[in-house]
Design a protein. Structure first.
Length: 197
């Protein structure tokens, strides 16, 4: 069973004006699709060919000879996760279990936002800012390139893609503005709460 490119969970123009349909056309339709296509080529005829995506990532993360497989598999997973972290009319302070967990871990929602945004801003080059669960505690972290919390025994709850292709068409070099737009307007806290469960 080949790895598939998932459909976006909303229309291509649903996140505008914060993320344009033009960006989603390239980001999902070209970048994400390329990772899926490359991964399928790399695993064809190998013992990983029929494995689930998460298994491929965990296996490849342990093997230096499978760096290409890891990079493409992790990017497929990271992007699919990222699309689900976003929704039209989202963002702002959360409700539900994640709200109290954030207050407990960071002291306030504002402090969490500061730390989360800082993780994305200080990620040198391409990568991801994450809110993860590690040893049942919330933690903000960042990964470079294709790296993913899955490879480190952490449970991903929320991410922002800070590769330039995620924001350059809409924000040029203003990564902070892009992150603010997502945090204030697009975070899908229902998805985050579901990951916490």
């Amino acid at each position: 069973m080949a790895i598939q490119l998932p459909e976006l969970p909303y229309a291509k123009d649903a996140l505008a004006p914060h993320i344009s349909s033009n960006t989603l056309e390239f980001h999902h339709g070209k970048h994400h699709r390329a990772y899926v296509d490359n991964l399928n080529k790399l695993i064809a005829g190998t013992q990983l060919e029929n494995n689930k995506l998460e298994e491929i990532i965990k296996t490849a993360a342990q093997d230096q000879t499978k760096v290409g497989i890891f990079n493409n598999a992790a990017q497929v997973w990271n992007h699919t996760f990222y699309w689900n972290c976003l929704k039209p009319g989202g963002g702002g302070a959360p409700s539900g279990p994640i709200a109290s967990k954030i207050n407990e871990a960071f002291g306030s929602y504002e402090k969490f936002v500061e730390e989360f945004k800082n993780a994305g801003l200080t990620q040198f080059g391409s990568g991801w800012a994450w809110l993860v669960l590690e040893d049942n505690k919330l933690k903000v972290t960042k990964t470079s390139n294709a790296d993913t919390p899955l490879a480190h025994g952490q449970k991903a709850l929320l991410t922002i893609d800070v590769w330039e292709h995620a924001y350059y068409l809409d924000y040029q070099n203003r990564r902070g503005d892009y992150q603010s737009a997502i945090i204030q307007n697009l975070i899908n806290w229902d998805f985050v709460n579901a990951n916490l469960g």
